[in-house]
Design a protein around this ligand. Structure first.
Ligand code: MN
Length: 195
């Protein structure tokens, strides 16, 4: 039987402290993501989704209103695994030239990403995506994900309150700044660009 298991973190749970604390990682990766995985496994057992890889579960359930619960949990599993891969304790790499070029310079990229992240109402995700040859910022609400729309994700930030409330309370802008300045794994973004 197909059963998805927890994706391991690429770093120690306390590696991103103080920008993302041990307690946030224990709840966010250890509890929230684990719950999405458990829910998804429970929902697909004995269904036509059971044998499909995660990517196909998301694309198939996205077009079936009766599979909304499956979509929400599968998309949240993908989004969270992707998000945790976007993080690193040493953000030493250069921002890829393609991204600088798409936004004119680094500062414009940071300010547009921050504007999208602080302007998103409620729960959702901010993405850097590739749409054909164009590199763009997009936001999705709740569990929605670019891969349900045929778009390629390069980078994401989780702006659900559970992602930052333990460390930043209502100060979402400070969380976004910490992500942009201290936590982005540009090596992973580069790999996504070159894939
Ligand atoms: Mn989350």
């Amino acid at each position: 039987m197909f059963s998805l298991t927890q994706f391991p973190l690429q770093f120690e749970e306390n590696a991103l402290s103080p920008y993302m604390s041990l307690m946030t990682m224990q709840y966010h990766h250890g509890k929230h993501l684990a719950t999405y995985i458990k829910n998804l496994n429970d929902l697909i057992t004995g269904t036509e989704y059971e044998a499909l890889p995660l990517y196909e579960i998301i694309q198939k359930s996205a077009t079936e209103p009766s599979a909304a619960k499956i979509f929400n949990n599968a998309a949240q599993v993908f989004n969270h695994d992707f998000f945790f891969r976007c993080l690193t304790k040493s953000t030493s790499e250069e921002i890829p030239q393609e991204i600088k070029k798409a936004f004119g310079n680094n500062e414009n990229f940071f300010s547009e990403f921050k504007k999208a992240a602080t302007g998103l109402f409620g729960s959702g995700w901010v993405w850097l995506i590739k749409d054909a040859d164009a590199i763009k910022i997009m936001t999705t609400t709740n569990a929605d994900t670019p891969i349900a729309h045929g778009l390629k994700p390069l980078l994401t930030l989780d702006v659900w309150e559970h992602a930052y409330y333990l460390d930043y309370q209502n100060r979402r802008a400070d969380f976004v700044d910490a992500f942009l300045q201290k936590l982005i794994n540009w090596k992973f973004v580069k790999e996504n660009l070159n894939e």
